[in-house]
Design a protein around this ligand. Structure first.
Ligand code: ZN
Ligand code: ZN
Length: 592
């Protein structure tokens, strides 16, 4: 409730501002633009209540929108109206913060139009239709009393049958892959309306009658979900649509989602080149390390046969050395403590080398991953949403409880002594966590909502390399070899994604790329294949952002010569918040 009041009062303040006599000075442009943004966000949440809930704005928690033509037309009308409103502002007169916000809003509106009229996944992706996640969050997150959440849960359930009936009407020619995904995800989430709900009801203070009403409506919800899955299972399709996007749609999606200065094709070419360079560097290192790991007396006593012949095939040689180095890893029970120990070491290193200012008043909290997140990734950062400014930022570390011994060992080898340090750089310092602290200093609700994924991931990937360049890991050849392997993964994600969706890359060739050329485990590669058949473009964001930031830095270094200062570059770059790199570049170059 307190949060709502805050936003409401902001809106009142903002509309007072816009009543003032306007002139063309920049200050007034900014005041007007700020009030425009407030109104824009307010209307956005009316149109997308589910999205609002997911980022912590809970005013419309009880509303489930039915995804029909009328709703889509409303969205299109909204986009048209807002794009007209945007035109009233003189982009050049706005502050840097508002300039980037302007671009983000414009891109959001244009891409919504494009998704609705050209991409049209509502016709071919049955997994677009799934209510389970948003309901599960209402049970799991403690933003309000359980009783209030359950009452909203009840109200929101009302539209579930109509929601899935509409889904059936909207779907025209779904792909086999997305159909299967929709069946798995909907059935997987259905327990939200059964066991999970019952557990929550038991903990609540609702009376027996209310509980009964909720349960009876939950039964209808469950039926609608299972009916939908059943309908999908029996869908007769003689010529299902291909999951591959094709060049035209892919290029456009890349433009809207990544907002890069490069085209999809340019990034693909850069990734191919980069892979070649990485292989060459990795071969040199592995070749040098071979004797240490395979022929020195210490190494010989470990192997039963004694002598391992050096493979002629360069990729095979790299793989053998990587496998050997991966054996150095922490024990399962000290995985989290090791991460906790590394964080202050990273902070100290950055201070010693003068790489970027780290605000000591905002320490990062490392914690065991909470139960409701279990099974996601090994480690992740969770940050407070735009409506929860005082919330903590956590570094969630997965636990191995319930894992088979072999799976734990394989995981620990993957996140071995070297990679674990690179992971901490990426997730925490100076990667995602540091970027977040900086972006909170130029607060922008627009950037919190539409923040650019390629910039965010690109920064984290960039810092891995930057830290090693500055001597983190003492330039040990093992550290560099492992870093290259890690970087090869993001590089090959791009090659894979573009290859599959644009160049018709076969599954066999894709697995060869991942296993033999990027040194991944077969199981990991199979998971990645599945991911690339149901997503598009997102896998490119890491490499694209990395490449753009790295190239930009190198360009500045060249132009500025001796006066280039790495610390200044980092701080300046992050000061614009999570905006697309191409706009940050524009603003930074003009200012220099
Ligand atoms: Zn081991
Ligand atoms: Zn990341």
């Amino acid at each position: 409730m307190k949060k709502l009041l805050t936003l409401a009062s902001l809106i009142i303040l903002a509309s007072c501002g816009s009543d003032k006599k306007t002139d063309s000075t920049s200050q007034n442009q900014d005041v007007n633009f700020d009030s425009y943004k407030e109104r824009f966000v307010e209307q956005l949440w009316v149109l997308y209540p589910g999205w609002a809930s997911s980022i912590g704005f809970h005013k419309y928690d009880s509303v489930l929108v039915i995804p029909n033509d009328a709703q889509r037309n409303k969205e299109l009308a909204f986009c048209k109206g807002q794009l007209d409103s945007l035109k009233r502002f003189d982009l050049k007169a706005l502050s840097d913060n508002n300039k980037t916000d302007y671009h983000l809003i414009e891109n959001q509106l244009k891409s919504t139009e494009w998704y609705a009229t050209a991409f049209k996944s509502h016709e071919w992706n049955p997994s677009d239709y799934n209510v389970c996640g948003s309901f599960a969050e209402m049970l799991a997150n403690n933003y309000d009393s359980l009783d209030t959440r359950l009452r909203n849960f009840y109200l929101k359930m009302k539209n579930i049958p109509a929601y899935y009936e509409t889904a059936k009407q909207q779907l025209k020619n779904p792909t086999i892959e997305h159909t299967q995904l929709a069946i798995d995800q909907n059935l997987g989430g259905a327990s939200t309306f059964d066991a999970d709900l019952k557990e929550a009801l038991n903990k609540s203070h609702l009376d027996a009658k209310e509980k009964e009403e909720i349960l009876s409506r939950a039964k209808e919800a469950t039926k609608a979900i299972t009916d939908y899955a059943d309908w999908l299972k029996h869908l007769k399709q003689s010529t299902p649509r291909s999951f591959r996007l094709g060049k035209d749609l892919y290029d456009k999606k890349f433009e809207h989602d990544i907002q890069s200065g490069y085209t999809a094709d340019e990034i693909y070419q850069k990734a191919l080149e980069h892979k070649k360079e990485l292989h060459a560097k990795m071969y040199d290192l592995a070749n040098t390390l071979w004797d240490t790991y395979f022929t020195k007396p210490e190494a010989l006593t470990v192997g039963v046969k004694g002598f391992t012949p050096k493979p002629k095939d360069t990729l095979l040689l790299i793989k053998k050395v990587i496998d050997k180095i991966s054996l150095k890893h922490v024990a399962a029970d000290s995985f989290q403590t090791e991460i906790e120990h590394q964080i202050p070491r990273l902070v100290q290193f950055i201070k010693d080398k003068n790489l970027i200012y780290i605000d000591p008043s905002k320490p990062l909290v490392v914690r065991k991953e909470p139960a409701y997140m279990a099974g996601v990734a090994g480690a992740s950062i969770s940050s407070p949403g735009p409506y929860d400014k005082n919330g903590n930022t956590y570094y969630n570390v997965g636990s191995f409880s319930g894992w088979e011994k072999d799976r734990i060992e394989s995981y620990l080898r993957e996140y071995n002594h070297y990679i674990l340090q690179i992971l901490n750089i990426h997730e925490a310092i100076p990667g995602h966590y540091t970027q977040l602290v900086y972006s909170n200093q130029s607060p922008s609700i627009i950037k919190s909502i539409f923040g650019n994924g390629a910039m965010i991931e690109g920064w984290a990937v960039y810092t891995e390399r930057m830290m090693l360049e500055n001597g983190f890991g003492n330039n040990q050849p093992e550290m560099w070899l492992m870093y290259y392997k890690w970087n090869l993964r993001t590089t090959c994600n791009t090659i894979l994604d573009y290859g599959v969706h644009v160049n018709n890359l076969s599954k066999e060739a894709a697995l060869d790329l991942l296993v033999n050329q990027a040194f991944q485990q077969q199981a990991e590669a199979e998971v990645k294949w599945k991911r690339v058949t149901v997503t598009q473009v997102q896998l490119c964001s890491y490499f694209t952002g990395f490449k753009e930031i790295y190239d930009f830095r190198e360009e500045l270094k060249k132009n500025e010569g001796k006066s280039f200062n790495l610390k200044n570059f980092h701080e300046k770059f992050l000061s614009y918040g999570s905006a697309p790199v191409k706009y940050i570049k524009e603003l930074m170059v003009v200012k220099e």
